[in-house]
Write a protein of this length. Structure first.
Length: 357
């Protein structure tokens, strides 16, 4: 949390989308302005709203509505696509089955992942193999979600071109070996409404404080409940108040890891908050954040959120860039060493510990 932001910036990315297949896009004044705003947002909060993204509001709303219809079905019906290790951790989880830092989260969810070809990534990939489990009811569920996923992949790649220009001038830092064949995760999440006691809502934690572990997340949340909260430097929780038709976008640990040496004492991928950002040839005091956030649905109404996580390639080696290693060979505080992380290994360790099976 780099600053004491009090709200999250709103970025109209339409100028970036117009030019984003042009290798010289960085020279366009409209693109340069979007890049400036993305850079500011990534340094200040790690979170921003995206508008002008080209995905129709109708589709965004329909994706949430069909998810709500599924969660309204009887439990036995939902169990037909139950998530198990044998199903590659794909499918339905009941309330409390997902765990954040040892505490069960008050949500139910369907998890889907990019489908891996058999044997494509050896033993690590094997854990995640298998087709996604789509419900047969509602009928058009699978087709709608597959259409939506394609659009989210495309949009994420384009936003990352803007972030890449902000970091190093080239639009393509997150393509090729790093994220040219990106893994993705989609979580369709339902948070029960808060029960009321003595006229006051009881704030159960829908999703405990965490950072996301990929590159970029696109959150499609209900328009009429404020539940997602983002932590600022002072420790205040700032609400991501819904803006209809927008995505709440946030950067994940992988993006941050690319920029920083890691502490070996941390079991999950996280980095020292105080390190000075030093990327490529550029020296900057800016730090890109993967900011802590949590979800508390204190509304009496059921809340739906569809979170799309755009990741690196499954086998990408994510490690601080060379320039960071040269600058801090033992870590900036002397006690740290550099650690390589293979994204797929990190993911597998997360999915295996995230669920109380
Ligand atoms: O429900 C939300 O608004 C966000 C959920 C979230 O942070 C996550 O699934 O990582
Ligand atoms: Fe998250």
């Amino acid at each position: 949390m780099a600053t004491d932001f009090k709200s999250l910036p709103v970025i109209d990315i339409s100028p970036l989308l117009l030019k984003c297949d042009d290798p010289d896009m960085a020279e366009d004044a409209g693109v340069a302005e979007v890049v400036r705003q993305l850079d500011r947002a990534c340094r200040d909060a790690g979170f921003f709203y995206v508008i002008g993204h080209g995905i129709s509001e109708d589709l965004i709303n329909r994706v949430r509505e069909i998810t709500r219809e599924f969660f309204k079905l009887p439990y036995e019906e939902k169990l037909k696509i139950k998530m198990t290790p044998a199903a590659g951790y794909r499918g339905y989880q009941r309330i409390g089955e997902n765990v954040t830092k040892g505490v069960p989260d008050i949500h139910e969810a369907i998890d889907c992942y990019k489908e891996l070809k058999q044997g494509e990534y050896g033993d690590t990939g094997k854990v995640m193999e298998g087709p996604n489990q789509w419900p047969e009811n509602p009928q058009e569920f699978k087709d709608l979600m597959e259409e939506y996923i394609k659009l989210c992949i495309d949009l994420s790649r384009k936003i990352l071109r803007g972030i890449s220009i902000a970091l190093c001038g080239s639009p393509y830092e997150f393509e090729g070996k790093m994220a040219g064949d990106p893994f993705w995760v989609m979580r369709l999440i339902g948070y029960p409404g808060a029960p009321f006691t003595n006229g006051k809502p009881e704030n159960d934690i829908g999703c405990g404080a965490h950072t996301d572990y990929g590159l970029l997340t696109l959150v499609n949340q209900d328009d009429d409940k404020t539940a997602l909260q983002v932590k600022n430097l002072s420790g205040d929780w700032i609400s991501a108040i819904p803006i209809p038709g927008s995505f709440v976008c946030n950067i994940g640990d992988m993006l941050k890891v690319l920029l920083f040496p890691l502490s070996p004492s941390l079991s999950r991928i996280a980095v020292d908050e105080n390190l000075v950002w030093n990327h490529m040839q550029i020296l900057s005091n800016g730090i890109y954040e993967s900011t802590l956030h949590r979800v508390i649905n204190s509304s009496p109404k059921y809340r739906v959120c569809v979170a799309f996580f755009y990741e690196t390639n499954f086998d990408a080696v994510v490690e601080p860039l060379d320039v960071c290693k040269q600058k801090y060979p033992a870590g900036r505080k002397g006690s740290q060493v550099f650690k390589r992380a293979v994204y797929g290994e990190h993911l597998v360790s997360k999915v295996q510990t995230n669920f109380a099976m």
